[in-house]
Design a binder for this molecule. Structure first.
Ligand code: FAD
Length: 567
């Protein structure tokens, strides 16, 4: 059996190596248009930031390793330019010489990835404007940055030459995860960074209240944000800089511009070959990664996948899914019955020592598809036992089905151990867990690492209280217009309070029930929701209509204070 794999990075390289492990006899040819196979594109922003110092560290495996360890014929700088599914041949072009050869296949795997979006804006090809996709892209960015401004060109080479280098300015366009990683790394490298984003929030997959916290955090680290503003074009300024002009009429001068406007699946070959393209513009595959032609498989950023929670077709360009899909395609080619379960979009981004991570659906996605069978909770547990030094709060939002408690999604941000919480949610979500399963999850605990009730358990317990009716829940949008009871201590109110709220500290509540209305819903607040829950239990048992405001004052801050439009 002869298998040709197009694309030699995440999906392609995983497929090739797995196939060899399963089948010693297969003839495997992997072609890669670029100069490298199996490089770490996820590490590229950190090479610009200088965190990953050597370019060679990004090269995870090379052609020699594939040849020697796996007996795979690897050809770099070799582009697949045409597929003939009828004849089962692929035309391959040597990028250096232009020579074209035809190779036959029994099975073909496409893992061509995605292309960076590069709209035809005026001036987009000016020198100093880059995107970040490959090792050569990053090499060009580094060379450009190191060249300095036109005034300083070459001076960095002279040791002992004292010169004041003007502060360099960078504009990053696009507030998705690659954009934000580039922002962080350019700040790390000493740039004044402006982030221009057309939407009214960064990180489109997360809900706006989480995005607001991220935006506040970016501002705290000196990043200038230009939200709700699209780029109109670029102009060469007289001093060698680039003027980035936006649709609102603003101009941001930059010494380097990074385009991070998202990616679109690379379907050039697939379209030409007549393979089915899906409604989202990716190659349509079944759950065994087969395209509309049973002998052609496709994996990675180029394909459309089913969203694990909504069941809808979606484009989720992430390394984990690409690797797993490559492995599944190899399994199926080797005669195994592996199937892809769908993508949850589990992601994480590190930002200036903090992290934001998510898995599953967001609330805005549920609203977009008209799904109302959900409830959400906000919680702010410590990353580990509060009495052990170094604990940091984690802001969490968890979404679950009202009807059966099934976990739908979770988002978390904080400065410590955010990743392990979202990873736990991600695994449970994929296993079809309910919030009752979260309650029961047995997770690692010792004081430096967690709490006896881990944040994941805690989320389950709160959500279960809600669904069992033990803790009727409300959120700030309705609570603000209802009767608010604050059960915090007066000194806490001195720091922050909601005007018009009745304050009865929790310790006095039993004695002061007469001050509360029996004919109205009482929305109970405290700092995080914990004391409010205790008060709610007490009031419910005394016959009041009480509800706990999810997340208390912390979620008020989370939902409103960081709203840049209001502040
Ligand atoms: C800067 C950056 C940071 C990222 N960070 C993360 C992260 O932190 N976490 C995460 O999960 N994901 C991250 N990703 C996304 C992740 O890298 C991709 O989802 C993953 O690499 C997709 O794998 P793939 O095999 O589909 O495509 P790729 O890995 O992009 O590989 C496709 C390869 O196919 C080659 N090719 C295309 N057409 C042809 C052709 N006709 N002939 C021959 N070769 C061809 C291309 O040259 C390319 O090298 C990041 C991506 C980038 C660019």
């Amino acid at each position: 059996m002869k298998v040709i794999i197009v694309g030699g990075v995440a999906g392609g390289a995983s497929c090739a190596a797995r196939l060899r492990r399963l089948d010693e006899t297969a003839e495997i040819l992997m072609v890669e248009r670029g100069p490298y196979v199996s490089y770490a594109n996820c590490g590229l922003p950190y090479h610009v930031g200088g965190v990953i110092e050597k370019e060679s560290s990004l090269l995870v495996a090379n052609e020699q390793l594939f040849r020697e360890q796996f007996a795979i014929d690897v050809r770099t700088r070799c582009e697949a330019i045409e597929i003939s599914p009828k004849e089962k041949t692929v035309k391959l072009r040597d990028v250096a010489t232009g020579e074209v050869k035809s190779e036959s296949y029994d099975k073909l795997v496409l893992s061509p990835g995605a292309a960076s979006v590069r709209p035809p804006l005026p001036g987009i090809d000016l020198p100093g404007i880059f995107h970040v996709r490959t090792v050569p892209d990053v090499r060009q960015i580094n060379e450009w940055i190191e060249k300095g401004s036109v005034f300083l060109s070459g001076m960095h080479k002279y040791s002992g030459f004292q010169t004041i280098r003007p502060k360099t300015r960078a504009v990053v366009i696009g507030g998705g995860f690659i954009g934000l990683e580039m922002v962080e790394n350019l700040v790390h490298r000493g740039f004044e960074v402006t982030l221009v984003e057309m939407l009214d929030q960064v990180l489109p997959p997360v809900d706006v209240e989480h995005a607001r916290v991220v935006e506040a955090y970016l501002k705290k680290h000196g990043v200038r944000l230009a939200l709700s503003d699209g780029v109109a074009g670029f102009k060469q300024a007289a001093n060698g800089a680039i003027d980035v002009e936006t649709k609102s009429g603003k101009t941001y001068p930059a010494d380097v511009v990074i385009l991070a406007l998202g990616v679109r699946p690379d379907t050039t070959l697939a379209k030409k070959a007549g393979l089915e393209i899906g409604e989202r513009g990716g190659i349509r595959v079944d759950d065994q990664m087969r395209t509309s032609d049973p002998d052609v498989f496709a994996v990675g950023d180029a394909v459309e996948v089913k969203d694990f929670v909504t069941g809808q077709w979606s484009l989720i360009p992430l390394a984990g899914p690409a690797n797993r899909q490559g492995r599944i395609a190899a399994d199926v080619i080797a005669g195994r019955k592996s199937r892809y379960r769908g993508t949850q979009g589990t992601s994480i981004i590190g930002l200036f020592g903090a992290a934001i991570a998510w898995t599953g659906v967001s609330e805005k996605m549920l609203n977009r598809i008209g799904d109302t069978d959900y409830e959400k909770i906000y919680l702010y547990p410590n990353s580990h036992a509060g009495y052990y030094p170094g604990a940091k709060p984690i802001a969490m939002k968890v979404l679950f089905r009202k009807s059966d408690g099934r976990l739908l999604g979770a988002q978390a941000l904080g400065e410590d151990n955010v990743d392990k919480r979202i990873s736990a949610f991600a695994v449970m979500l994929q296993m079809g867990a309910t919030i009752y399963d979260l309650e029961e999850a047995e997770l690692c605990y010792a004081p430096p690492f967690g709490s006896a009730k881990d944040p994941v358990n805690f989320a389950g317990m709160i959500a279960a209280n809600v669904l069992k009716g033990d803790m009727p829940l409300s959120h700030w949008n309705s609570a603000k217009t209802g009767f608010l009871l604050d059960v915090r201590e007066p000194m806490e109110l001195a720091v922050e309070n909601v005007p018009g709220t009745l304050n009865i500290p929790i310790g006095q509540l039993r004695a002061r029930l007469g001050e509360l209305p029996r004919d109205r819903e009482i929305h109970v607040i405290c700092r995080s929701g914990q004391r409010a829950y205790i008060a709610t239990r007490m009031l419910l048992q005394k016959g009041f209509k009480a509800k706990t405001v999810s997340g208390g004052m912390l979620s008020l801050a989370h939902n409103y204070l960081f709203d840049t439009k209001k502040g």
